[in-house]
Design a protein around this ligand. Structure first.
Ligand SMILES: [Zn+2]
Length: 372
């Protein structure tokens, strides 16, 4: 075995070692920014003394060094080894690692997601997480339309859609997943067809039924994240209570007129929807179809919900947990109301929860569902 062969490791060997090894990326800063191996330290065009300094600073005795194709790093590794520094070259460099990591994706997917995979917050690892994730969208209406389209476009591999409604002409003003050909058809079938046209790599499961106290638990149990795309208080409290009881992360969205709001709930996170809004308002309440709604505002709110789901799945940024984001579409003022603690009196997550079972509290959620 030559001196060089002893000093290089393959991508498979690197993956077996896991995160114990110090990884040093000697490509230029722009290349590093657009994608690098997880936990690698950037040291553009580093010299032998710089590498030695990095190893010392990280209290390690050695490191794996890589460049784009494994040639420049090879020279550096050989020089360092002559000084008895314990370093290895990554065979084939970053390119070889990228090929291995993208094996899970077909050619269509590799090209399709290329613009988001280069984001440091997503990368190949994040794209894999999206592909393996399961998101349920309740309501294939005004909010559900942009949510479903953006999740499918981003490569969320498994999307569930629950809605028992059929498309009517007045839906098309805001429910952009449907079109003239969908009028009279089931919304879930119309949405499924659009996903197939947009991104055939996505698995779609449809539930041609309104969510109720009887079926919601069975439906949400198969998903990692739930989107509330409904437009009436009864459904919103039902989704909240079922998700809190079953510890399912979810994102609430609501629109009335020109105003919209979003918040996200995570198990062991902040307050829930009921902590803030307590109960279904008494007396007659208006929903969007009764009081009027402008499609673009519903679209913005739905896009924020889709973004919350994507950020949750890839673990990027901050979520609207314990925060109620409010948009006034007329003035374009936005506010974020912060709620640091759960409400002690909350009926589902408070100190003495009264709602611990969905089916035995059916009367709380009685109302026919309307997709906004
Ligand atoms: Zn609560």
């Amino acid at each position: 075995m030559s001196e060089y062969e002893k000093s290089e490791i393959t991508v498979d060997e690197l993956n077996d070692i896991g995160t114990d090894v110090l990884l040093i990326d000697i490509r230029n800063s722009a290349a590093y920014y657009h994608g690098h191996i997880d936990f690698a330290i950037s040291a553009p065009k580093a010299s032998c003394s710089e590498i030695k300094k990095i190893i010392k600073e990280n209290s390690k005795t050695g490191a794996v060094i890589y460049c784009s194709i494994g040639e420049k790093s090879k020279e550096l590794v050989l020089k360092l080894r002559r000084e008895n520094i314990c370093v290895w070259n990554l065979k084939g460099g970053f390119n070889e690692w990228l090929i291995k990591m993208t094996e899970e994706f077909n050619e269509d997917e590799t090209e399709r997601y290329s613009k988001q995979v280069i984001l440091p917050q997503i990368g190949i690892g994040g794209q894999e997480k999206l592909k393996n994730s399961k998101v349920l969208v309740i309501g294939a209406g005004g909010l559900g339309s942009p949510v479903i389209l953006y999740l499918a476009a981003a490569g969320v591999g498994n999307i569930g859609i629950a809605d028992g409604d059929r498309v009517i002409l007045s839906n098309l003003q805001r429910q952009i997943i449907h079109n003239c050909y969908s009028v009279g058809k089931e919304k879930v079938l119309s949405a499924q067809r659009q996903i197939r046209i947009l991104n055939p790599n996505i698995n779609v499961k449809i539930y041609d039924e309104y969510i109720t106290a009887d079926n919601i638990e069975n439906i949400i149990e198969n998903y990692d994240f739930i989107i509330d795309g409904t437009d009436n208080f009864e459904s919103k409290f039902l989704i909240n209570d079922a998700c809190v009881i079953h510890k399912k992360p979810f994102c609430h969205g609501g629109v009335l007129g020109f105003e919209g709001q979003v918040m996200t709930w995570l198990p062991n996170g902040g307050p829930c929807y009921r902590c803030i809004f307590e109960d279904v308002p008494k007396g007659k309440t208006m929903n969007c179809s009764e009081s009027g709604v402008i499609g673009a505002v519903v679209g913005i709110i739905g896009c924020i919900q889709a973004l919350e789901a994507i950020k949750y799945i890839v673990g990027a940024g901050e979520l609207l947990v314990g925060k109620l984001y409010i948009l006034d579409g007329l003035t374009m003022n936005t506010r974020i109301l912060k709620f640091n603690n759960k409400a002690k009196h909350c009926k589902v997550c408070g100190v003495k929860p009264q709602i611990t079972n969905i089916k035995s509290n059916k009367e709380l959620y009685n109302r026919s569902f309307c997709g906004c």
